[in-house]
Design a protein around this ligand. Structure first.
Ligand code: HDD
Length: 691
């Protein structure tokens, strides 16, 4: 008898019985009810353990095999389910059904860091993966992107070297989740093609405030193909509805201690609250004529096309609206493959993309243990699947019937499936000629022009952060010659930047590196590349941390809470004791955090509401002083009541109060009205050595 492939483990009536207390009866994997889950079967007391205990053996066997290899890159990640809705019609350029206006397509999205292992902290300075699986009516489309629109290398053959250099050094096994070490900078400085991406990773893009505040990019040039087979080049962009935001570096360092799960907790909580994060999907569309006139090769993944040259057309919105039920089942087992494209979407000849198309399928085999990973629910298409592929480890859905080969003559009912020249995926019939050689295209030879364009497009605080980041990273590099070599490249990007970094390292300025092609130095700056310039002026989805003591003014707290909530933000109470504080009117407010577990790095802005006695008490508490001093140093907007002054004094902030600091006794509007600016960056040069 054919097996029902959907048979569920606990479907059988016998095992659905409950215990005397009304719990479901525990069973083995074989469905046998378990009598004792506390003790091994033994002979006598205390007694040797008996091999008869199949429940113990099965339980231990299964536990021993719980781990699977972590991803070789992007091991630390977090996923959620959602939906993509097309808001524009793209049928003029693609036959892909998901781009018909109004069409809704389920998605699974996984964000990740790249270098760190599965247990590494969320706010490591690193690129973020942004991978989306679209379960379309014509199969799965995986858009496996990053939060940076360019990549380090141009040819996939260098990927293992890049990753080896970035990961912990092989002899000592550290540092974890960091590029601040010799091997990474050695490789980068010997590979000038990395320089554009180096500028991006040294910017605030690699220390995002959360996944909800990041852009995403498909990176490569792909193709859209219409019903007649015409091809249009495309680059994909994700734009967060909440706008972009990053944290300060010193804040990131502290966040990783305060909450190593900062990003995943943020995403999970937002979805649990029903505050669903959304991204618009945009496309840059262009043809061969544009490609030919563009100063760089559109097939070179180390180059982007500025939005000012080809505007981003918004074509849909992704909403993440469901957390996973089980982290391992979905987030860990989801298998993205760049080769998963659907009719209407195609590859270009980008040699990085071509190499990826091999690597992803290959890696899933190792990670998930066999070719049937496509049958794991999170990876299964939501449309019918008919194939003669069969058997293998963990075969869960084999073809039914007698025929398992094509062609066969068993008639349509039992004999299918058959290929379908009308509906089937057709590769773009690009004409290809040329000698078979190992080579890198001459058109890929410019390594500095867009690196410079990125740098000059940044606001002053962002440029400062880049110089600081480079100085920091190179200060962890032990070999002077590697530091010098990096600076020799910076000289080809921007002289001021190079000099700042050299000064920060006390390094003699080297000769500039010899470029393979002279850089173009007058590319127009692009505002779209700057987080600060693109600020949307909203506090929506952000968090105010209010440090409070007994006797804090109830009206001020109520006004603050109501104004921040109306602005779409959240308020968390930080208290000396998590049991809460008693306000001036005798009401109690629960603490969301105890002050030493809720440092100000967890918040986008802070307020201190203290009574006179409360201020005196907090002043002697080191975590409370850090709360204020850090918020100030991280350029956060800060508000306070008069009672908080002793704390502000002791934290060294009272003498330095500036336009980013607000006295609350006169009302909350000035403070809350400013929060959308997110940071008071003007303060920053006054609070650090590098200013
Ligand atoms: Fe990759 C994972 C993104 C270049 C080989 N990559 C992986 C993930 C993302 C990216 C987001 C995690 C997917 C998930 O959440 O499961 N990778 C990129 C981007 C690249 C890129 C945007 C450049 C444009 N990757 C790249 C190259 C290769 C790989 C050139 C190899 C030739 N990447 C892999 C991999 C991974 C992976 C080894 C590890 C785990 C996995 O695939 O599923 O195959």
């Amino acid at each position: 008898m054919a097996q029902d492939p959907d048979l569920k483990l606990d479907d059988s009536g016998a095992n659905r019985q409950t215990t005397r207390d009304g719990y479901e009866t525990m069973t083995t994997q074989q469905g046998i009810p378990v009598a004792d889950d506390q003790n091994h079967l033994k002979a006598g007391a205390p007694g040797p353990m008996l091999m008869d205990d199949f429940h113990f053996r099965e339980k231990m066997f299964h536990f021993d095999h719980e781990r699977i290899p972590e991803r070789v890159v992007h091991a630390r990640g977090y996923g959620a389910r959602g939906v993509f809705e097309a808001t524009d019609d793209l049928s003029d350029v693609t036959s892909a059904g998901l781009f018909q206006k109004g069409k809704k397509t389920p998605v699974f999205t996984r964000f990740s860091t790249v270098a760190g292992n599965k247990g590494s902290p969320d706010v490591a300075r690193d690129v973020r993966g942004f991978a989306v699986k679209f379960y379309t009516d014509e199969g799965n489309w995986d858009l496996v992107g990053n939060n940076i629109p360019v990549f380090f290398i141009q040819d996939a053959i260098k990927f293992p070297d890049l990753i080896h250099a970035a990961k912990p050094e092989p002899d000592r096994g550290f540092p974890q989740a960091q590029t601040a070490h010799d091997n990474f900078w050695d490789f980068a400085s010997l590979s000038p093609e990395t320089m554009h991406m180096i500028m991006w990773i040294m910017s605030d893009r690699t220390i995002p405030r959360g996944f909800r505040f990041m852009e995403g990019f498909g990176v490569h040039t792909f193709r859209l193909i219409d019903a007649e087979g015409k091809s249009t080049y495309v680059k994909f962009h994700w734009k967060p509805k909440l706008g972009m935001q990053s944290v300060a570096w010193n804040e990131a360092v502290k966040l990783n201690g305060a909450d190593p799960d900062f990003h995943r907790r943020d995403l999970w909580n937002a979805i649990e609250k029903g505050d669903y994060p959304q991204w618009d999907l945009g496309v840059q569309l262009f043809d061969q004529d544009f490609a030919d006139s563009f100063p760089f090769d559109v097939l070179d993944a180390t180059k982007l096309i500025p939005e000012e040259d080809v505007p981003v057309r918004i074509v849909g919105t992704m909403t993440l609206n469901e957390n996973v039920d089980n982290f391992f089942a979905e987030t860990e087992q989801v298998a993205f493959c760049t080769q998963n494209v659907v009719p209407g979407i195609g590859f270009s000849d980008d040699p990085l993309l071509q190499g990826r198309n091999f690597s992803y399928l290959d890696t899933q085999l190792k990670r998930l243990g066999g070719p049937n990973f496509t049958r794991i629910p999170v990876n299964q298409p939501r449309c019918p699947v008919h194939t003669f592929q069969q058997d293998g480890h963990m075969a869960m859905k084999n073809p039914m019937g007698r025929a398992n080969y094509e062609p066969n003559s068993w008639g349509t009912e039992a004999g299918g499936p058959r290929e379908d020249p009308d509906r089937g995926y057709k590769h773009y019939p690009e004409e290809v000629r040329g000698p078979k050689t190992f080579h890198r295209s001459e058109t890929f030879a410019d390594h500095y022009s867009q690196a410079r364009q990125f740098y000059v497009s940044q606001s002053a605080p962002e440029q400062k952060h880049m110089a600081d980041a480079l100085t920091f990273e190179l200060s962890k590099v032990e070999h002077g010659k590697i530091r010098s070599r990096v600076v020799s490249h910076l000289l080809n990007i921007d002289e001021t930047l190079a000099k700042k970094v050299a000064k920060g390292l006390r390094l003699e300025l080297p000769e500039p590196a010899r470029p393979a092609r002279a850089p173009i130095t007058d590319l127009a700056p692009s505002d779209a590349l700057s987080i600060v310039k693109m600020n949307k002026g909203t506090f929506k989805g952000r968090k105010l941390g209010v440090l409070m003591t007994d006797g804090a003014d109830a009206d001020t707290f109520a006004a603050l809470k109501s104004a921040v909530t109306s602005a779409g933000g959240m308020v968390e109470v930080v208290a000396p004791m998590v049991g809460g504080v008693e306000l001036s009117d005798g009401s109690m407010v629960e603490g969301d955090q105890k002050v030493d577990g809720g440092p100000s790095v967890l918040y986008d802005a802070v307020a201190i509401l203290a009574s006179a006695e409360g201020g005196q008490m907090l002043m002697n508490d080191a975590p409370s002083r850090d709360f204020v001093a850090d918020a100030f140093a991280h350029a956060k907007f800060l508000a306070y009541t008069d009672g908080a002054m002793p704390l502000l004094k002791k934290a060294g902030v009272a003498e330095a109060l500036d336009e980013g600091c607000f006295e609350l006794d006169g009302g909350v509007d000035g403070f809350v009205g400013t929060l959308g600016k997110l940071r008071h960056w003007d303060r920053e040069p006054k609070v650090d050595l590098d200013g």
